[in-house]
Design a protein around this ligand. Structure first.
Ligand SMILES: NC(=O)c1ccc[n+]([C@@H]2O[C@H](COP(=O)([O-])OP(=O)(O)OC[C@H]3O[C@@H](n4cnc5c(N)ncnc54)[C@H](OP(=O)(O)O)[C@@H]3O)[C@@H](O)[C@H]2O)c1
Length: 335
């Protein structure tokens, strides 16, 4: 077995996208295991927009990654050696592995790593997407904050992505008319024809605002907002009285400054309920929600796609793909 680890560490803070000076590689030796520790080899890394937020020295829901630290990331890993009572060789674990090939699980952190069950119709990588952060975010964001009612119109932005694609399908399960907004015809075709959305609008088409108005003749009751900026403004302008805006993410602003949003005046005029949420707030309910997501998946009510880049060295490139729309469904790096 290799005696070296490979790590992407934060070398400087990004100004826009992730450039070569931001994440750099190092190869520290693997630590010799002490009693109470386990070593796990990372199999899949989850590539999430929040990684760009974690790189920035701004006020946020977790401490920013410090210069010199291994870049924070969720991953699935397999235990290769263990002197820890709760883990044995071959166990698969899920948690904040970081952007590295091997993760050392110490007694203190072991509760942060969850053992993965082996379920025949699921691959390990599903626990990073549909049954992981993205599925849970869609589930709690839509059901707890959006409170969908049958017959209501739900709009989901970044609809062809990991979270949006699940949020829209949960909206269909709850009887909503679901309109997706996404940045390519491929994504629009997928969410409409395979996932059962009622309509999908490509915001890169010149007439997308007219198409969006035509697709929402009854206005919009719930906006599951993943993007912000102009897309959010257009959706807000079509909201109905007492609509709900589920503020899940504002990805259009993560790599640049965004102008103030005049359409926020609609919040006042229409008495909208806007609620931000962070998936970590729902930790105590994760297990029950994951069971429900798993049952929907088994019943064929939740479909998904993955974009998988092979090779540890491709992690920085993968992060940038979130911002140019070149991934579809859940974006992962396989080691
Ligand atoms: N609140 C929470 O706890 C929580 C948890 C997880 C994720 N989130 C948020 O959920 C959102 C989606 O995350 P995800 O992990 O599921 O990623 P994702 O949707 O799989 O990937 C991001 C997608 O966003 C779209 N996008 C990027 N820049 C854009 C821009 N300037 N304008 C319009 N669309 C843009 C791209 O799709 P197009 O091709 O459609 O442009 C891209 O593929 C993010 O805002 C993320 O921060 C929040």
């Amino acid at each position: 077995m290799s005696t070296l680890n490979h790590q992407w560490f934060l070398a400087s803070r990004p100004k826009a996208l992730v450039t070569p000076d931001v994440l750099q590689l190092r190869e520290p030796p693997l630590a010799t295991l002490e009693e109470g520790q386990a070593l796990a080899r990372v199999k899949f890394l989850s590539i999430d927009p929040t990684m760009r937020i974690w790189m920035a020295d701004i006020k946020q829901y977790m401490p920013p990654v410090q210069i010199g630290e291994v870049m924070r990331a969720f991953g699935v890993a397999e235990v290769t050696e263990s002197r820890h009572p709760d883990f044995k060789r071959g166990d698969k674990v899920l948690g904040l592995t970081g952007l590295q090939e091997f993760v050392l699980i110490t007694g203190k952190e072991s509760r942060a790593f969850q053992k993965l069950p082996s379920i025949p119709f699921l691959s390990d990588s599903h626990f990073l997407g549909t049954l992981g952060v993205n599925g849970l975010t869609a589930y709690f964001g839509l059901l707890d904050v959006g409170k969908p009612q049958p017959g209501e119109t739900l709009v989901v932005s970044a609809a062809g992505g990991a979270t949006g694609s699940i949020a829209g399908q949960i909206g269909k399960i709850h009887g909503c008319c679901v309109i997706g907004i996404a940045g390519s015809d491929e994504k629009c075709n997928w969410v409409k024809n395979d996932l059962g959305f009622d309509a999908a609008i490509n915001y890169k088409h010149a007439d997308w605002k007219e198409q969006f108005a035509a697709a929402t003749p009854q206005g919009v009751d719930i906006n599951f907002e993943n993007v912000g900026g102009e897309i959010m403004q257009v959706v807000l302008d079509r909201m109905n009285l007492h609509g709900r805006v589920v503020l899940c993410g504002l990805i259009s602003g993560y790599t640049r400054e965004d102008p103030a949003l005049a359409s926020f005046a609609q919040v006042l005029i229409k008495r909208l309920r806007i609620e931000g949420f962070i998936i970590l707030d729902y930790g105590a309910k994760f297990t029950d929600a994951a069971k429900q997501l798993g049952m929907w998946k088994m019943a064929g009510k939740l479909k998904d796609k993955q974009t998988i880049l092979k090779g540890f060295d491709r992690a920085p490139e993968a992060i940038n793909m979130l911002f140019d729309g070149s991934s579809i469904g859940k974006l992962l790096v396989e080691l």
